[in-house]
Each structure stands twice: as structure tokens, then as C-alpha cells.
Design a binder for this molecule. Structure first.
Ligand SMILES: NC(=O)c1ccc[n+]([C@@H]2O[C@H](COP(=O)([O-])OP(=O)(O)OC[C@H]3O[C@@H](n4cnc5c(N)ncnc54)[C@H](O)[C@@H]3O)[C@@H](O)[C@H]2O)c1
Length: 260
């Protein structure tokens, strides 16, 4: 897929899956805004990517739940590079509790990052995509956009919600050449997942080994974690695909955990 010189904003890109997508985009010659909560960590990632080339990266401090910060971040990218071709709405967190013990504040915090963040970033970039008559918006869903697991009421609700948003954006954006798709990864070993292993072991009263082998990888075809590179390759496909033939889709990358 050709994304050379395309201007891409990736949220939550200082580390984990977002940083992996940023790396593959820069390797393919794109200009990437690494948007994350903390400017210093975003800058460290962006500097590393620019040094690697052939594309380049710039850091943006952005809390995706804050409308002013989202709009300011998008303005900064437009000022630097004059256009926006690709948005990867990737920032996310995980909080697990049985529903009867789920603090309402945690529920609201998780939904805000996943759903308000996807909405606000989409709303901020889409007029600029419409102006140019093209764009690709990619939401980071999960197998939990299509399946449910115990303890994850907020996360599963949020990830299912992103499918709805992507479908609406794909219908509204079609006549403007703007596509919207969802990537649905299985478990990828990032800090978000590392943190859950002891938490799930405690909540489910089982050993950590069983959390990994049964809960996380039990339904895969080969008992393997999905990798950041696997997800980044799909993000490259969605970013570079040239027509509305590929829009409104959810692509599952999960070693067969979920099969459509
Ligand atoms: N790791 C997995 O197994 C997995 C599987 C499926 C989907 N996902 C999704 O992939 C995305 C990235 O997850 P990850 O595993 O790389 O997590 P991670 O914790 O490694 O990275 C998440 C990044 O998002 C940033 N972030 C958090 N809140 C933010 C906010 N309000 N504004 C801006 N940035 C914010 C963090 O600072 C961090 O850099 C998430 O949406 C997650 O739900 C992850």
C-alpha cells in the first residue's frame, strides 16, 4: 500500500500498538503525528521514528477526551503539514471489574477515552478530509468489538460502540471519499495486557498461567499472541487502500480467536 507523504495522526502513539503503527507508516514514507497524553513520551517516540525515516514524525500533546486539546492538536498538524489523510483513533485503556463492583467513575473514564476520543478526533479531522475529497479513518477496536468476556463490561461496550461509529462515518463520508474501518486485534502483549494478567488472576481466583493460556489464548488456533507488527500491517492496508470498496469493515487479527 502506498502511503508515501500521507499525513497521518495516530492517537495513543507514544507506545504499544499506536507506536508500532507509527513505525510502519514512517517506514513507508508517511508523515506521522504521534499524539499522546504526555509531550515528552510522544517526542521520544517521534524523534526515534524521524531518525529512522524515510518518513518523519512530530509529537502532539493530546488528551483525546479534551475537545480543545484535540482541536489544537489537529490545527498544529495542519499548520505543519497542510493536510490530513489518515486518522488512527487508537488511544485506549483497560479497566476490569465484575459489573456489580465496577465504579461508575471508571466506567465513564473508559468510555470517554475510547468513544469520546474517537468522536472528537473524527469530528476534528473530517472537514479537512472532505475539503480534499479523500481520507481514511481507522478505529482501534478489538475482538471485544465482536465477543464478550467477563469483567470487561465497559471495554466491550466501548469496543462494540466503535463499530457503530465506523459504519455511520463510512456512510456519511462516502460521497467525500472518506473511508472508515475498524481493526479488531486479539491479545497483543503491550503494557495494557501485561497489567491485566495479575488483575484477572486475582479477580477470577486462578493462576496467571491459566489467564494467559486459557482466558487470553484459549480460543486461538495456535495459542499465540497477535503482535504489534500484525496489527500495523492491517493499519497500513486500511490507510493506503484507494477506494470506497473497503469501508465500513471490521477486520479481525487474532490468530483465529474470533472467526466471522
Ligand atoms: N493490547 C491488546 O491486546 C489490544 C487488543 C485489542 C485492542 N487493543 C486496543 O489497542 C489500543 C492501544 O492499546 P495498547 O495495547 O497499545 O495500549 P498501551 O497501554 O500500550 O498504549 C496506549 C496509549 O494510549 C495513550 N492514552 C491513554 N489515554 C489517552 C488519552 N486520554 N489521550 C491520548 N492518549 C491516551 C497512553 O498514554 C498510551 O501511550 C487500545 O485502544 C486498545 O483497546 C489492544
Amino acid at each position: 500500500m502506498n502511503i508515501e507523504n500521507k499525513v497521518c495522526i495516530i492517537t495513543g502513539a507514544a507506545r504499544g500498538i499506536g507506536a508500532g503503527i507509527a513505525k510502519v507508516y514512517v517506514q513507508n514514507g508517511a508523515k506521522v503525528a504521534v499524539a499522546d497524553l504526555n509531550l515528552d513520551t510522544a517526542k521520544a517516540t517521534a524523534d526515534e521514528l524521524t531518525a529512522m525515516g524515510p518518513g518523519e514524525a512530530m509529537p502532539i500533546a493530546m488528551d483525546v477526551t479534551n475537545e480543545a486539546q484535540v482541536n489544537d492538536g489537529v490545527d498544529a498538524v495542519l499548520k505543519a503539514w497542510g493536510r490530513i489523510d489518515v486518522l488512527v483513533s487508537n488511544a485506549g485503556i483497560q479497566i476490569i471489574h465484575p459489573i456489580e463492583k465496577f465504579p461508575f467513575s471508571d466506567w465513564k473514564k473508559l468510555l470517554a477515552i475510547h468513544l469520546d476520543g474517537a468522536f472528537l478526533t473524527t469530528k476534528a479531522v473530517i472537514p479537512h478530509m472532505y475539503e480534499r475529497g479523500s481520507g481514511s479513518i481507522i478505529y482501534m477496536g478489538s475482538v471485544h468489538s465482536l465477543e464478550a468476556s467477563p469483567l470487561k463490561s465497559a471495554y466491550v461496550t466501548a469496543k462494540h460502540g466503535l463499530l457503530g461509529l465506523a459504519r455511520v462515518v463510512s456512510k456519511e463520508g462516502a460521497s467525500h471519499g472518506v473511508r472508515a474501518n475498524v481493526i479488531c486485534p486479539g491479545f497483543v502483549k503491550t503494557p495494557l495486557v501485561e497489567k491485566q494478567i495479575p488483575e484477572q488472576a486475582a479477580d477470577l481466583h486462578i493462576p496467571e498461567k491459566e489467564v494467559v493460556e486459557r482466558i487470553m489464548l484459549g480460543e486461538t488456533v495456535d495459542k499465540k499472541f497477535t503482535t504489534i507488527d500484525d496489527v500495523a500491517e492491517v493499519a497500513l492496508l486500511f490507510a493506503g487502500f484507494p477506494t470506497n470498496a473497503l469501508t465500513g469493515q471490521a477486520l479481525v487479527v487474532s490468530h483465529g480467536w474470533h472467526m466471522d
